[in-house]
Design a protein around this ligand. Structure first.
Ligand code: ADP
Length: 361
């Protein structure tokens, strides 16, 4: 439905988006995830018709957007600093788009009602936006982006300016609102939790390029590069050496066939592997090591409360060249050994994942 091909974008002579291809299917929620400054907003602005293309094409429903003004593109864009008209009512703000499109007052009123209903603000038409809380203003901004019924809705860090509690609440509500809307959505964020929770598909951006696209589940289990893994918070990574039979890690060797691997990783030689937190488990005193697992001994350095789990940090004994402690998750205090305890760990090869070499070291 949205097809971006070979798009290059620049400010003066500085290229910030390089020859980029990206698609979104009808009704899909696509998250663009990447660090600040990687070009996410610039790309959205180009789709909206607010930045010129240096090269490439953007099609929406087989319509080439080149030459169409922003208001002719059927694209809605909501920014982080939601830029509502102050001193105006909710209805005036939400009805702005439909009015500009020339709808009759009755029809505008209907669109406003419908959009407010969708964001859970039914009946607030006559309130001034200055009298609303931050979270309510954010919803009005969302309603305003929805009201013209765009073919493509683009949300640029829509939760970015809210406090944590409000973010969590809106994040819980958003999937339902977006699903009910049924519109194709491009959602920009630098927050991996937000992207993983909302997206049908995530495209991870780095310095103006897309480094990997996948469903949230696949992205988490099979990140392709060290950058993608690190950006998702998977920062337990090990230098490894691979041969046909085994993966040699500083903690010991694992059977090659039992280890998962990213597309494009080395068949033989040096690369990096990510250790998913759920792959490391404390063994009970007399518990046998499960097949194919790697046994590691260590000393507990500390344990930290992390809300839904305890993070146990273990210094490994006898590792060849790895002195970074390992973090593992325990679900209860009973499962988490105290500091200074000597423990045995089992590393599940299914949670060890070989990465492809960094495309841009
Ligand atoms: P993101 O949305 O991922 O944070 P942006 O698209 O805002 O990234 O920015 C990409 C790059 O372009 C950054 O290096 C930023 O400094 C630069 N940039 C953004 N807007 C402008 C502008 N109006 N003029 C010049 N450079 C800009």
């Amino acid at each position: 439905m949205l097809a971006i091909r070979g798009v290059t974008l620049a400010y003066d002579d500085t290229v910030v988006v390089h020859d980029l291809d990206l698609d979104a299917a009808d009704g899909e929620v696509l998250c663009l995830l990447g660090p600040s400054g990687c070009g996410k907003s610039t790309l959205l602005r180009a789709i909206a018709g607010l930045e010129p293309l240096q090269a490439g094409t953007i099609h929406l429903d087989d319509r080439d957007l080149a030459g169409l003004r922003p208001d002719q593109r059927e694209v809605g864009l909501m920014f982080q600093e939601h830029a509502l008209f102050p001193h105006r009512s909710v209805a005036e703000n939400v009805g702005f788009g439909p009015r500009v499109h020339g709808l009759a007052p009755d029809a505008v009123g209907e669109r406003v009602r419908e959009a407010l209903e969708l964001v859970g603000l039914a009946g607030t038409e006559h309130r001034g936006v200055d009298q609303l809380s931050g979270g309510e203003r954010q919803r009005v901004a969302l309603a305003r982006a929805i009201a013209p019924r765009p073919r493509l809705l683009m949300l640029d860090e829509p939760l970015g300016s809210l406090d944590r509690a409000l973010q969590t609440r809106l994040l819980a509500e958003l999937p339902e609102v977006l699903a009910e809307l049924g519109t194709t959505v491009v959602y920009v964020t630098h927050d991996q939790d937000e992207a993983l929770a909302l997206a049908d598909r995530v495209a991870v951006m780095r310095a103006g390029r897309i480094e990997q696209q996948a469903t949230p589940d696949r992205l988490w289990r099979t990140p392709r590069t060290s950058f993608v893994a690190g950006f998702l918070g998977l920062d337990q990574q090990l230098p490894v050496r691979v041969d046909t039979a085994a993966v040699h890690t500083p903690l010991g060797s694992l059977a090659r066939r039992a280890v998962s691997a990213a597309e494009g990783t080395v068949r033989e030689g040096a690369t990096r592997a990510v250790l998913l937190p759920e792959a490391i488990r404390l063994l009970d005193d007399d518990e046998a090591l499960p097949a194919d697992h790697l046994a590691v001994t260590g000393t507990v350095l500390r344990r930290r409360f992390r809300g839904d789990h305890l993070q146990v940090t273990v210094r490994v004994t006898g590792s060849t060249d790895h002195d970074t402690p390992l973090d593992l998750r325990a679900l209860s205090l009973r499962d988490a050994a105290p500091p200074d305890a000597v423990v045995r760990l089992a590393i599940d090869p299914a949670g060890v994942h070989l990465l492809a070499p960094d495309p841009r070291p």
